[in-house]
Design a protein around this ligand. Structure first.
Ligand code: PMP
Length: 391
């Protein structure tokens, strides 16, 4: 948020739910919205739209170090995950995922396999949020594993997966590797020439592009027959029919380019702000702890448990900070976070957890205001809770 709005607006610390659009993406999207043209038409206007899409594809490919022809634009990461899992399952069978995947992976895998035992393996994670490599190796060596889908960074805790050894084991066992990199892209550098995955999903609105647009990367040569979810005019090399969302795609491309230029400066700044937030809250509120604290995490994310402090009551008493209880992605679901439960938290502890996620526009002033507000709110809710359970 711009410094001028300090004090007027709630502090926005929910970048993992959605990030504010980057100015470059906003302008590019607006310009594309003002133009007319279907990217499939061969006249001047159509060619103009197609060339904007081509440019966006190159901008995203440059960010990820892949080839533009390896990218399929979708309506977001949910669709990209569906496309990857459904294609692999239709083609080959057994799917392995982790217990902390986003519902866009977990529920897709469950629906596809009809919860049939043997068709889907959901791997546990350790208390730090990481998969045990030995358990993983044993699972992929099962006969006929088609696909492993392991996220690159978790949306609730920011915990980063050490994917290289897992991908190596999966490939050695003949499986394809998909990663949901929705929370990773735009937060840390990602080089697909060096990351041994066959497919990768991403979403523009997590890194400053518009909502409702994302992409699936499918590495050239991946032995996966085309498997569209939507049939029609054969757009996106037959993988995804439907008139392209030109303004959305153009906004995604502009956000990708802005990230490529600015990420180097953003990472240390955001890390410092996150550490300030985390350090102050832990110091001021004894008993609180960070989930995944000893694991490699994304720079801007912290998941903090304030024991005995229900997150819904907490958020209600701190309206001038926009944070999240568990994951905003599981819209409206009142159940405790499956991610935190999988990491070994009790139901009560999971229900007493807030996620703060910072990003490219977060300021120190905002973080300091969030610290003071959260401290007051936790103290208030704990006082109320103590009074209600008191003698
Ligand atoms: N995967 C992860 C890890 C996410 O955090 C999200 C967004 N909450 C999604 C997938 C779904 O992305 P989209 O909003 O683009 O459908």
């Amino acid at each position: 948020m711009a410094a001028e709005t300090y004090g007027a607006q709630p502090v926005y610390l929910d970048y993992n739910a959605t990030a504010p659009m980057r100015p470059e993406a906003l302008k590019a999207t607006y310009d594309a919205l003002c133009a007319v043209g279907n990217a499939s038409s061969i006249h001047h206007h159509g060619r103009d739209a197609a060339s904007r899409v081509d440019q966006a594809r190159r901008q995203l490919a440059d960010l990820l170090s892949c080839s533009p022809g390896e990218l399929i634009f979708t309506s977001g990461a949910t669709e990209a995950n569906n496309l990857a899992l459904q294609a692999a399952y239709a083609h080959r069978g057994l799917i392995i995922v982790s217990a902390v995947e986003h519902p866009a992976v977990l529920e897709t895998a469950r629906a596809l396999t009809d919860n049939t035992s043997g068709a889907l393996v959901i791997l546990p994670v350790a208390s730090g949020g990481q998969i045990d490599p030995d358990t993983f190796r044993a699972a992929v060596q099962q006969h006929g594993t088609a696909l492993v889908s392991i996220m690159l960074a978790n949306n609730e805790t920011g915990v980063i997966t050490d994917l290289a050894p897992l991908a190596e084991a999966a490939h050695a066992a003949g499986a394809l590797v998909h990663t949901d990199a929705t929370q990773y892209v735009g937060r840390l550098p990602l080089d697909l020439s060096d990351l041994d995955v066959d497919m990768l999903s991403l979403s523009a609105h997590k890194f400053g592009g518009p909502q409702g647009v994302g992409a699936l990367f499918i590495r050239r040569g991946t032995p996966l027959p085309q498997h569209p979810l939507v049939f029609g005019g054969g757009h996106e090399r037959g993988w995804r029919a439907g008139t392209l969302n030109v303004p959305g795609i153009v906004g995604l491309g502009a956000a990708a380019e802005a990230v490529r230029r600015q990420l180097g400066d953003e990472i240390p700044r955001i890390t410092k702000l996150r550490d300030l937030l985390e350090g102050e809250l832990l110091a001021r509120l004894p008993g609180s702890h960070v989930n995944g604290a000893h694991t490699l995490r994304l720079p801007g994310v912290t998941s903090i448990t304030f024991p005995g402090t229900p997150a819904d009551a907490l958020l209600a008493s701190m309206p001038d900070v926009a944070a999240s209880d568990g994951s905003a992605c599981s819209a409206g679901a009142p159940s405790p976070s499956h991610v935190l439960l999988a990491m070994g938290l009790s139901r009560e502890a999971a229900d007493s957890t807030l996620r703060f996620s910072l990003g490219y526009a977060t300021t120190e002033q905002e973080v300091r205001r969030a610290i003071d507000t959260t401290e007051r709110a936790v103290t208030h809710v704990q006082t109320v809770m103590d009074a209600s359970t008191g003698p």
